[in-house]
Design a protein around this ligand. Structure first.
Ligand SMILES: CN1c2c(nc(N)[nH]c2=O)NC[C@@H]1CNc1ccc(C(=O)N[C@@H](CCC(=O)N[C@@H](CCC(=O)N[C@@H](CCC(=O)O)C(=O)O)C(=O)O)C(=O)O)cc1
Ligand SMILES: N[C@@H](CCS)C(=O)O
Ligand SMILES: [Zn+2]
Length: 757
């Protein structure tokens, strides 16, 4: 029996990764120092792995994103970036003016960069797997090199495809046919074989291939391709194949693949286990059992897992115990958290603690007394009831169908809202946040550390609000926002104000690039003790005649971007949060707020990977949104979504019954617009994001106009709003002001042109 861990967070205990990158980008650090710093982080990580587990990977360290690293390794540099010249091209692809599209990795809040295939032959450009393998080897470690598998690489990429029509066009899209894969696979496999050869030469015997795309519901021809791929990769290194986030979609074909070891996520659902028990497992392969949850922070009930491992050991002589999915969804360690609610800390386990759990599990499995005692102690602790509230549960039980239905249908509501708001054609707005400058963050830190008083902090926030209202009025925006300066993060802010949710001090997790967030922990039933946003929103509204949007984060997003209890159905938690938000909506209405935006950027991400589970998810996710947005007919309800593939879920989005949606579409080059063309019932107002807020580049009037004109070809102009594709918190004022001016100018020009026409 061996232990294997992978995906340990690269961020560092003190967010060193973030500081290194951001200092380098600011010009405050040389490339040499950046490299040294990153290498130190890799050594720290390897040190932890080797302390707790038998097997661990190299090649997980990336300067931005592991998919981007794979693309660079195999020489997949889109031609618009010109000749690859090291870090400058690398970061241009990640965050430059025409950066690669960024989207969520499976159903997680980690964002990867989508490789763009242009039909060129692959070739090794930078052998990053070899670089990191030899680096750790040279420092006395014995890692297993790890790569994203060819199938997942292609499945998550996009390629230029010919679109048939009166005028043949080329558009970026996912590979969807056998021929698409046949075009790219032979050369990709050749490159992987070369990579394997180079690793073998450097002393490796084994390689870990992460192939999570095998958990998608694949067609038979896709499995044929997977089989052909693994057959073609044989003969150089032993392959440990790892899948995660769900069960493999075709168990029989999976276990027949010609590899040395096969990994299973035995946590996300029970399908993998059922198949293992029913179908058995091949004698000639090792079974990698992903039993320790890599996505949730709860301490593992090792007693349950021991029983599971005993069952599995009857199936395979060679059992490897592992985490269920990469550990980078967890903060590094629980150690420094000293302000958690009573009784919570001992129930939690972050990435470092999960490594230790793997070690204890192995020891207990081998019958070591100390470990067996720990197993019993944990079981006794976790069996005690924790965090439930009868009052919240009573409120939930009293819900009826009426609670999920607004009083008037959209067609009636919209007439009333038009009269009240009296907005022009192409109303302009922003998504909510304005630059979270160093000054804003420092003031918050000072307030939290007791260096300034609550009064001083509040005064500072009021000044920020005054400033942002004035700026928006000067720019000529139609629906204003208060800027969200009082918020660390759109989920954490609400979590801090809700009962039943804990927040951490140091529990940072990477979302993309160097951007981090601290996922809150929903440990009990959720309730709102007092208003959460009223003070800032009503203050902002008092400064202007224009409508200011009340700004809330929706129930599905609060749930999805937090850790949550596994013994309470997600639907129940979502409804609890929705009821708390409904109280806030009512308070905002009472205070005269006419427009309320309830952000749901995680609405798509929360959906199960397999479509067969979608109906069940969307049923409660839609209802949770409807529950919290049951405002008066005259209140205009907005929602906002970003950085996911929304095309397939437009019919579900429609059922949320909002009045206006703003949706990101700029990095994906307006593909979403096509989806609205196909969904004929669409009658809601919609703001297609007209520029990418992740890039520091200021969008030109022409770029903005192109997206709007494209939208106008598909959607009635009466429905269109004009806005950036997400909040502006990561941008600087110098970028935001000219960008918004260009945006408002285009909206005004279009209005005038339509009047003349
Ligand atoms: C919109 N998105 C979000 C997602 N997930 C979220 N949870 N939140 C989101 O907004 N997913 C999809 C997209 C893209 N994802 C992200 C995620 C994170 C950011 C982002 O900008 N993060 C900030 C972190 C902001 C934060 O919480 N900061 C705190 C702490 C400030 C701090 O570090 N202070 C220093 C000292 C500072 C000083 O004194 O000078 C310290 O404590 O050491 C705060 O503001 O209070 C980031 O910077 O990464 C964007 C998109
Ligand atoms: N209102 C939030 C939404 C981000 S998805 C913001 O503007 O940052
Ligand atoms: Zn957004």
């Amino acid at each position: 029996m061996k232990t294997l861990a992978y995906g340990f967070p690269k961020l560092g205990e003190k967010r060193e990764f973030k500081s290194l990158l951001e200092n380098f980008w600011k010009g405050a650090m040389t490339e040499e120092d950046l490299t040294k710093g990153i290498e130190n982080l890799e050594l720290w990580r390897a040190g932890l792995y080797s302390k707790y587990v038998d097997l661990y990977p190299s090649g997980e360290m990336s300067l931005y994103d592991f998919m981007l690293d794979m693309a660079v390794t195999v020489g997949n540099i889109p031609s618009r970036f010109g000749q690859y010249s090291g870090l400058s091209t690398y970061f241009e692809m990640a965050r430059g003016k025409s950066a690669l599209e960024m989207t969520k990795y499976f159903n997680t809040n980690y964002h990867y960069l989508v490789p763009e295939l242009e039909g060129k032959e692959f070739q090794i450009l930078e052998n990053l797997p070899l670089r990191w393998y030899t680096f750790l080897k040279g420092k006395g470690f014995d890692p297993i090199p790890r790569l994203i598998a060819p199938f997942t690489f292609l499945k998550l990429s996009k390629a230029y495809m010919r679109v048939e029509g009166p005028l043949p066009m080329y558009e970026m899209d996912k590979l969807s046919k056998r021929e698409d894969y046949e075009k790219y696979l032979p050369s990709l496999i050749r490159v992987y074989r070369e990579l394997f050869e180079s690793l073998k030469l450097a002393g490796a015997h084994t390689v870990i291939l992460e192939d999570p795309a095998l958990v998608f519901e694949l067609d038979g021809w896709e499995w044929d391709i997977v089989e052909e791929t693994y057959r073609s990769l044989q003969g150089i290194l032993d392959v440990y194949l790892i899948t995660y986030y769900d069960s493999v979609s075709d168990y029989k074909r999976y276990v027949s693949l010609p590899v040395r070891a096969l990994g299973f996520d035995l946590v996300s659902n029970s399908e993998n286990l059922q198949n293992l028990m029913k179908e058995g497992f091949p004698k000639d392969k090792a079974l990698i059992a992903g039993v320790v949850n890599g996505r949730q922070v709860w301490r593992t009930n090792l007693k349950d897992k021991l029983k599971l491992l005993e069952d599995l050991s009857k199936l395979s002589q060679e059992l490897v115990i592992s985490n269920s999915c990469p550990l980078f969804h967890l903060p590094v360690t629980i150690e420094p958290e000293d302000a958690l609610p009573e009784g919570l800390k001992e129930r939690l386990s972050f990435a470092k603690e999960k490594l230790r759990e793997l070690k204890v599990l192995k020891e207990a499995f081998l019958g070591e007394e100390q470990a067996l005692k720990e197993v019993e102690d944990i079981d006794a602790l976790l069996s005690q009831a924790f965090g439930r509230s009868e009052e919240v549960q009573r409120r939930l039980a009293s819900l009826t169908d009426k609670d999920f239905q607004r009083d008037l249908p959209y067609k009636e509501r919209v007439k009333i809202q038009r009269q009240i708001l009296n907005l022009p054609l192409f109303p302009t707005t922003t998504i909510g946040s304005f630059p979270q400058t160093q000054e804003v963050r420092s003031m918050r830190t000072a307030y939290r550390n007791g260096k300034i008083s609550e009064e001083e902090y509040k005064k500072f926030i009021r000044e920020q609000i005054q400033h942002v209202i004035k700026i928006q009025e000067e720019i000529g925006l139609d629906v204003l926002v208060h800027g969200e300066f009082e918020r660390t993060d759109m989920v954490e802010f609400f979590a801090e104000k809700l009962e039943g949710i804990a927040t951490t001090k140091h529990g940072w997790v990477l979302s993309y690039g160097s951007r981090v967030y601290r996922p809150p922990i929903i440990y009990g039933d959720v309730a709102r003790p007092k208003p959460m946003t009223l003070e800032e929103i009503t203050y902002a509204q008092s400064l202007t005649e224009k409508p200011v949007k009340g700004m809330l984060t929706g129930p599905v997003t609060i749930l999805t971007w937090s850790y949550y209890r596994e013994d309470v159905p997600k639907k129940e938690i979502a409804y609890q949060i929705a009821l708390a938000l409904l109280d806030e909506v009512k308070d905002l209405e009472e205070a005269g707020i006419k427009v309320i935006q309830i952000d749901e950027p995680a609405f798509r991400e929360g959906a199960p990977i397999k479509r067969k589970h979608w109906e069940e998810y969307f049923d409660w996710a839609i209802k949770a949104f409807r529950l919290c947005s049951r405002a008066k007919p005259e209140t205009q309800i907005h929602t906002h979504m970003c950085y996911s593939e929304f095309n397939e879920i437009v019919p579900y989005i429609y059922q949320m019954d909002f009045d206006v949606i703003s949706i990101e579409a700029s990095r994906s080059k307006g593909e979403i617009i096509k989806a609205f063309e196909e969904f004929k019932e669409w009658d809601r107002q919609i703001g297609i994001g007209v520029y990418d807020i992740h890039s520091p580049a200021i969008p030109s009037e022409e770029e903005i106009r192109t997206i709007l004109e494209r939208a106008m070809r598909v959607l009635d102009k009466e429905l269109l709003w004009v806005n950036p594709d997400c909040g502006l918190k990561t941008r600087r004022w110098e970028e935001v002001i000219p960008a918004l001016k260009n945006m408002v100018k285009v909206a005004k020009d279009l209005r005038e042109e339509l009047v003349k026409a």
